[in-house]
Ligand binder design. Structure first.
Ligand code: UGA
Length: 439
């Protein structure tokens, strides 16, 4: 099939390359010339494992190309997929400016009987509105087919999704989108547009809830001296609960879970609903991101003398995305309070520096980052960070040599044996155990 994809951010670039890999002829469109040029020279501006190779391979066999939206001879093909961003307004509600622009542009160029497929996350009700306002009078079929791609694992998620959701009003169009996915053997749910939109929102809201739930349990564990990882094992073996997304830590970040949970709470109020649960989910998440601040406040008498090293700036490993990253939030808090903050990330130092400016220092190696620091905050468990020489790190630090493991990804016994004052999240080793230090 001939396919066009509008919006070459994370979701759009991955969707384009993966559809080409499935055998379709794909053109990716964007309004940003630099982004298009970098994709056409096989160097996407985003870091996503496996993406670069897929782009290069499919461009070379002429199944994939990238164009600026202003380029002439626009033939959008049988299906046009929208993957543009939906940033938040200051009150948390989603801003659909790019959605409207791309829908207008696409429906101007699409042929009759073609399909406009929405993959961006839009609030429930948006699809029906687009369908009646822009599609029906032009005989264009609107389909909602939300993406479930985790950054860092997006390419494999594309080819082996847990499910494919196809929401639409026209059965021929739905079947065509089923064909679009041929080669992928995952369950397909055919539903109404509004249900497809709701499934996407509910999935992310549930994942956010699961993380905040385990984080709250972690705080109980801390108080009562249990290890939340033991609790996770026992809890997760109940197949109704499951083990995934039960890792306690400094909370969820990224461009999706925080934004969409906020959007839900903000939109709910428009309909007179109070989203008590999701508001609490966000509150727990905010509390988690500030754990390092509370540790530092408990241990050190004077914030101005504290030398902090932050290991990992992206919101999770294997991505350079720093949007709503807990590392960024804590770097801002600590530097505002006068701590001397240094940061290191294997891929997102530059992006983080653009965000944080000169308020913090950036180091280009783990060794430089940890040298002469009182406290290390391990915020993002990149393999390269976990495989560090922890003995050497311990030697390079200055007292009280606190190692805060914000994702519970190190073995506490080994770290304590090396000599660190180790603190995890909900591992029964809280900063109160370090009271004697009073630095
Ligand atoms: C999320 C969803 O997982 C995808 O299914 C969805 O398609 C995507 O949003 C989207 O809407 O586009 P993503 O934002 O890439 O994907 O990140 P996640 O893997 O969900 O992680 C989000 C945050 O939660 C990260 O900061 C991660 O460290 C944290 N997390 C995750 C935990 O704190 N504990 C866990 O057990 C799992």
């Amino acid at each position: 099939m001939k396919i066009s994809v509008i919006g070459m951010g994370y979701a759009g670039a991955v969707t384009s390359a993966c559809l080409a890999e499935l055998g379709h002829y794909v053109t990716g469109y964007d309004i940003d010339h630099r982004r298009i040029n970098s994709l056409n020279s096989f160097k996407p501006q985003i870091f996503e494992p496996g993406l670069e190779k897929l782009i290069e391979k499919n461009c070379e066999i002429k199944r994939l190309k990238f164009q600026h939206v202003d380029d002439s001879d626009l033939d959008l093909g049988e299906i046009t997929i929208i993957t543009v961003g939906t940033p938040s307004d200051p009150n948390g509600s989603p801003n659909l400016e790019y959605i409207w622009k791309s829908v207008e542009w696409a429906t101007e160029h699409l042929q009759q009987n073609s399909i406009l497929l929405m993959r961006s996350t839009v609030q429930p009700g948006t699809g029906d509105l687009i369908s009646t306002r822009f599609c029906e009078n032009k005989n264009i079929n609107y389909i909602s087919c939300p993406e479930f791609l985790k950054e860092g694992e997006a390419v494999s998620d594309f080819f082996t999704p847990d499910r494919i959701i196809i929401g639409g009003n026209n059965s021929d169009a739905i079947e065509k989108v089923v064909d679009l996915h041929s080669g992928i053997s995952s369950p397909i749910i055919k539903t109404k547009i509004i249900a497809a939109e709701m499934i996407k929102f509910a999935s992310n809201a549930f994942l956010a809830t699961k993380i905040s739930f385990i984080n709250e349990m972690a705080n109980f564990c801390e108080a009562w001296g249990a290890d939340v990882d033991d609790v996770k094992e026992g809890l997760g073996l109940d197949h109704r609960i499951g083990k995934s997304f039960l890792n306690a830590g400094v909370g969820f970040g990224g461009s999706c879970l925080p934004k969409e949970t906020r959007a839900f709470t903000s939109l709910a109020s428009n309909y007179g609903i109070k989203s008590n649960l999701l508001e609490s989910v966000l509150e727990v998440n905010e509390y988690q991101s500030q754990i390092p601040f509370r540790i530092i406040k408990d241990v050190f008498a004077d914030m101005n003398n504290v030398k902090v090293g932050i290991l990992g700036m992206s919101f999770k490993p294997n991505t350079d995305d720093i949007r709503e990253s807990p590392s960024i939030k804590i770097a801002q808090t600590l530097s505002k309070l006068g701590c001397q903050v240094s940061c290191f990330d294997p891929v997102s130092n530059q992006k983080s520096e653009e965000k944080l400016g000169s308020t913090v220092k950036f180091e280009t190696s783990i060794e430089n980052l940890t040298t002469n620091k009182n406290i290390i905050l391990l915020m993002t468990p990149w393999e390269i960070i976990l495989n560090s020489n922890w003995h050497q790190i311990f030697e390079s630090m200055i007292e009280p040599k606190i190692l805060f493991d914000g994702r519970n990804s190190l073995d506490p016994a080994i770290m304590k044996n090396i000599g660190f004052n180790y603190i995890g999240v909900g591992r029964g080793i809280s900063s109160s155990h370090l009271d004697h230090l009073s630095w």
